[in-house]
Design a protein around this ligand. Sequence first.
Ligand code: ZN
Ligand code: ZN
Ligand code: FE
Length: 737
Amino acid sequence: MGIKGWVENQGSRVLIDVEGGEESICSFANALQIEFPENARIAELRIDPQPFFGYPDFSIRTSAAKLNTANFLPADISVCESCMKEFNMPGDRRYQYTFISCTNCGPRYSIIGSLPYDRENTAMSEFEMCGACKAEYGSPSDRRFHAQTDCCPECGPVLKLLDSHGIAVDSSEPTKTARELIRQGKILAVKGIGGYHLCCNAEAPAAVQRLRKLKHRPHKPLAIMARRIEAVYRICEVSEREKAILTGNRKPILLLDKKTPEYLPKDVAPKQKKLGVMLPYAPLQLLLFSDDLNFLVMTSGNISGMPICFQDDAAIKALGTIAEYFLTHNREIKVPVDDAVVKVVDNHEVLVRCGRGYAPLTIPLESGNEILALGAEQKSSVCVAGNGFAAVSQYFGNLNEFQTYQAFERQIEHFQSLFHFCPEVLAHDLNPDSLTTLYTKNRAGHKIAVQHHHAHMAGCMAENKLSHDAIGVIYDGTGLGTDGVVWGGEFLTGSLSGFTRAGHLEYVSLQGGDNVAKEPWRCATCYLFALGIDPHEFLPQVDSAYLNVVQKALQSGIKCFESSSIGRLFDCVSALCGFQAKTTYDAQAAIELENLSEENVTAYYQYRIDDTENGLILGYEEMLNGILRDLQNHVPKSIISSKFHNTIIEATADCAYRIRAKTGLEDVVMSGGVFENTYLLERLISRLRDLNFKVYYNRLTPTNDGGISFGQAAATCAILKENDYVSCDSGQSNQNE
Ligand code: ZN
Ligand code: ZN
Ligand code: FE
């Protein structure tokens, strides 16, 4: 384009200084935004006028070492089309070679031990390139020029098939044998990109049932890997947007509406309207399918509740009682990373669980300090921020599991060493007993506690680039509030740095400590007790002795706590609608309640909002009485569920309306785990838009607690800025705990 100047890597950003005619500079700026490499992404583009220098040519400047601490890490990329062509081409030297990759595809994040991203710093360092691969690697015109994962059958990793004790099974073609075993109904553990999967034929009900039984996972939906997109059309409704996500290069698990009648066995995702589906992303997975094998269960290779297995010996030990065979290989996984889960809401891709292909998330975040945000206890993730960007890790699960806590600590160390990151500020939850707070004890650095629901709000605001005050509707499970009460149905007003509680769901006394979230009938009993109603009539499947015990405990206040958690209200209604067993996975009762709902119901129950000196109080009495009346009149549960959802939507919109009237705020930020409920989220979005609100919800980061670490980081940045906090390096004694 006849442009002169220079380009330089400056850590997280690229600086380009250009000189030339106006037209050529314009077309250069345009081209920059359109013609970039397949896996590049422009997070932000800024153009500033500069004084004329008179450069003689265009040069690539060597990066200044001090600035070269990028906090970008490439995510794992599914096999590309060019590689697929070679993979399927008999005679090609990589024909059916399951570690085929190129500059545009292959594992990245999961194999990187340290930065910069060069082969010697990855799991590929074990494999010395053969002559042919070396030649490709060194040739600028080759599509594998500087491809750090370049290898071939001569020089690269190899597959092996093992039995459940880890003893090699004699097989010249391990994938062919594996496929045959799957066809016979066997369960296999298959080493993928970020860890092991447990795999079986999804069309074989007996295999699916056996997998569930052995994994102690009776109800939680299992993810499906379909052979190709055409197969997905047979089992699910797929929009254009959804097709693009399925076939794109990140290959997450996408939640899709099942077709009716259901094609796959009911046990794959019982009582769900949606099914999690992905397409093969590692070349190895492609070879597991055949004309009569189009759908595989591909569930995380872990013991339920534990982190995904990624090391071979540990996997055999942990999964040997579930999997009959192991299809594995000798390329090490450095960073375990589970599959990501996404869905389409309001015609946008929304991240439900951060994992392979998405991790680490890189989100612009202005920060003068290096911040480590420790996230939530459940659906844990960590976030490091500094240098203009935040990097959010994959999710780990529940930190109360020791192995999960270890994974969390490992990831923090890994981020610190990768980014040469020394956290000056640690952000953690307000709850002094939370594991994230305990982690900060005896660790150096300024510490900032962020209230859980403010973190939800701040994260949603920051990813939507909202810096002014807004209304936050935070519908969640639980988090400790500033008044010492367990919050979770919150109307906040405020900004990234602080908030006022503008209202909340009326407090109820819940009994039973940690059991409350796992026993929805307990929530129902507590709510009915608050209304002075005997629970026995409405909870016929629960042992009446249990009900009596809870009632007595409520009367005398034993193991009771106040709560405004709307998640627990959903549990209560789900129990009234028939979910009276213990849950076997997180949020099961609320999820099944959503799945009962019907599209075409518009009715809702009466509700009450009190305007008090403590803000708006959304009462539950009227709506619960409406539900009980409908139950006594034998109204179908699907109608009751829809009416309850609609009530929450109406009441929420009403509260937002009243808060706007008081404050003049027109932006509504919706976040919190309860907004995983698509029925609730989509209808509330359109209801609020009808009322001329500007509506924001989580897309880049999960609305559930997986997004908390980013929210804590965003809030902390703003708090530090507002308090003129200066880095401790500057010698100021600005530290207070
Ligand atoms: Zn490729
Ligand atoms: Zn080679
Ligand atoms: Fe939460």
